[in-house]
Design a protein around this ligand. Structure first.
Ligand SMILES: O=P(O)(O)OC[C@H]1O[C@H](O[C@H]2O[C@H](CO)[C@@H](O)[C@H](O)[C@H]2O)[C@H](O)[C@@H](O)[C@@H]1O
Length: 282
């Protein structure tokens, strides 16, 4: 595949050379699934299931690493079916949910999850007052078991509502000992201590990666991109691909090695990768 930038080309070629020792990590919303107004309707691009199987045939392992609860990602991405196909081929596929707190593998097929953080119940009791004070009373509240996400995308003033809500939520989260994860017109409150950087580093270790490619679109992917830089310094071939979308953060683009145009661009990029990796591993 031809990439315009020589630095990105060199990184890409190194990643392709890592072949059977390559790990591919993929964010869900905004990367595999287009951003839509209703989070319960965010389905993956139609080519994604076959593409994940084709990738898994050629690399050490494929992982979806998402802020979503694992069960949601499995349902919206048809990922349990994908897992079945990949496991039948004796290849590796993992879904890490809630920023790495939940884990599902195509072999075990059960969700391993910690208990909800202690402060979450107290924080949830404050949510009605928080959204009222931010003049965002109709914000969509997405319960996630281990976390809660407050969405402003469907409000009349999504950006303004988000800006008013964020500091109030951050203050309350801190009081309850919880972490704040701002995203694309969403602010999420969850347990501290886990993030996608740690998730990526653990996958690399588990799969003895000699190459790692990760694609993401939002602030929650910054730690994964940062971890790839650290891995590169340790001699692992890495590439961070930003899925660019309308309200995605500039901060992620700035630290990406390559930028593509949303999930459509991610799918095209991964098809090119599959072609360049060549015939499937034995
Ligand atoms: O780590 P991700 O896979 O990117 O998940 C992050 C959050 O994504 C979801 O919200 C985003 O997508 C929605 C559907 O397109 C969109 O309506 C919303 O504005 C976006 O922020 C999801 O609802 C959250 O639970 C995830 O944490």
């Amino acid at each position: 595949m031809e990439l315009n930038d020589p630095t990105a080309s060199a990184l890409y070629e190194a990643v392709v050379r890592s072949g059977g020792d390559l790990v591919v990590g993929l964010d869900f919303d905004g990367t595999l699934a287009p951003i839509v107004e209703d989070p319960t309707q965010a389905h993956v691009h139609p080519d994604v299931p076959d593409l994940l199987v084709a990738l898994a045939d050629r690399v050490r392992g494929v992982a979806v690493v998402t802020g979503r609860p694992v069960r949601q990602a499995l349902a919206l991405g048809d990922l349990d079916q994908v897992g079945t196909r990949i496991a039948e081929r004796h290849r590796s596929f993992i879904v890490l949910g809630q920023y790495g707190n939940e884990r599902w593998t195509a072999v075990d097929r059960r969700v391993v999850s910690p208990r909800p953080p202690a402060g979450l119940a107290g924080f949830l009791r404050e949510v009605p007052s928080l959204v009222r004070r931010a003049d965002a009373a109709d914000a969509y509240v997405e319960p996630k078991g281990l976390a809660v996400a407050l969405h402003t995308r469907r409000l009349p003033d999504p950006v303004g509502s988000f800006a008013r809500l964020l500091p109030l939520v951050a203050d309350a989260a801190t009081r309850h000992g919880l972490a704040v994860e701002p995203g694309r017109l969403v602010v999420e409150v969850r347990a501290p201590g886990m993030h996608k950087g740690l998730a990526v580093s653990r996958l690399a270790e588990e799969w003895s990666a000699k190459g790692f490619l990760f694609a993401g679109d939002d602030l929650g992917d910054v730690e994964a991109f940062t971890e790839l830089r650290a891995m590169r310094d340790d001699g692992i071939a890495t590439m961070a691909v930003c899925s660019h979308g309308g309200d995605g953060p500039e901060e992620l683009e700035e630290i990406a090695d390559h930028v593509v145009d949303g999930p459509e661009g991610v799918v095209d990029f991964l098809k090119g990768l599959v072609a360049d990796l060549g015939p499937q591993a034995g």
